[in-house]
Design a protein around this ligand. Structure first.
Ligand code: CP
Length: 334
């Protein structure tokens, strides 16, 4: 049984097939390939795009999605093996996974890291534990990676560029008032290099480098796919000639769990905002962001409203790629 926990477990060919199907579903959105099928969506954190696109996507394929928010409208969950459950959690993931597997054909989970101890969070144990105890495919709706977002971004890029191999992509850190999850940044590195792009990670200083498991994956992908991967701390050099700028803010891992100290570091870097002057350095480059985005903090109004901004296309594509993913995991045909 195949899960979708990270694109690192899927071949470039399989991801291409998913995008091919997503493209067909973009043209013909409705079919009944998942009639009578169901997905349970476990949201441990807030969402707008992910929840809407999964619920709607399943309905457009003839199935049903059940949204559960453990700790709000469903019992709070314990994920630790052997835990003595005398805290807030009423139910263990072992039973929750078993029960949902008996009701539903797929399970999606959003489980952000705890922002306390990166050495623990980097193991992504919650979704792995769910997958271990589920007897149906599990889909990652964002943990320390965001693979559905990766696919949506790549579909938007391919729709505009065609073949993306060899094209120059800059993943730029941006200012934000607090340290955010590294998931989308980790994912952007992995998908860009998996499709053979020449990827530059632009961040203010080494403290903002991403976890070695994702940096190493990007280097490996680049070597296998004939692309490139490098790091830059210089804004002008990184933007120069770029075909695509992808923006995200994230927290400095050496300060993980210490947001006040991290703020002292990040407050110097408000100028990493994506603005029209920086985009003018690119090769008529495209721009995107996963959303939500704080305007005039991460990117200016001028960038967000420009014809080169793909953010809404990328958000729309969440619907198409997730439908393709659900059909593929369930072996359904149109
Ligand atoms: N990009 C994304 O996952 O959006 P939501 O957090 O609104 O689901």
């Amino acid at each position: 049984m195949k899960h979708f926990l990270s694109t690192s477990e899927w071949s470039a060919e399989d991801l291409e097939s998913l995008l091919q199907l997503a493209g067909e579903l973009k043209q013909n959105p409705l079919n009944s390939s998942l009639k009578g099928r169901s997905i349970a969506l476990l949201f441990l954190n807030p969402s707008m795009r992910t929840r809407t696109s999964f619920e709607l996507g399943m309905q457009q394929l003839g199935g049903i999605a059940i949204v559960l928010q453990p700790g709000k409208d469903a019992w709070g969950l314990e994920f630790e093996a052997g835990a003595i459950m005398d805290g807030d959690a009423e139910e263990h993931i072992v039973e929750a996974a078993g029960v949902l597997s008996r009701y539903c054909d797929l399970i999606g989970i959003r489980a952000f890291p705890s922002f306390v101890d990166w050495s623990k969070d980097r193991e992504d144990q919650l979704i792995k534990t769910l997958a271990q105890h589920a007897s149906v495919p599990v889909i990652n709706m964002e943990t320390i990676v965001h693979p559905c977002q990766e696919l949506a971004m790549m579909q938007a890029l391919k729709d505009r560029m065609g073949n993306v191999a060899g094209r120059k992509m800059v993943l730029t850190w941006t200012w934000h008032p607090r340290p955010l999850n590294t998931a989308v940044a980790n994912s952007a590195l992995m998908i860009g290099t998996k499709f053979g792009m020449d990827v530059t990670l632009l961040c203010p200083e080494p403290a903002y480098l991403l976890d070695s498991q994702f940096m190493d994956a990007a280097r490996d992908n680049a070597a296998i796919m004939g692309g490139a991967f490098q790091v830059s701390h210089d804004i002008e050099t990184a933007y120069d000639g770029a075909d695509f700028v992808y923006a995200k803010s994230w927290g400095a891992l050496p300060f993980y769990g210490r947001p006040e100290q991290e703020f002292e570091l990040r407050k110097k870097y408000r100028h990493f905002i994506v603005d029209e002057e920086k985009m003018a350095l690119t090769n008529n480059g495209l721009f995107s962001h996963c959303l939500p985005l704080r305007r005039n903090i991460k990117a200016t109004d001028g960038v967000m409203d420009a014809p080169y901004c793909l953010a809404l296309e990328e958000a729309e594509n969440r619907l198409h790629v997730q439908k393709a993913l659900m059909m593929t995991l369930l072996g359904a045909e149109q």
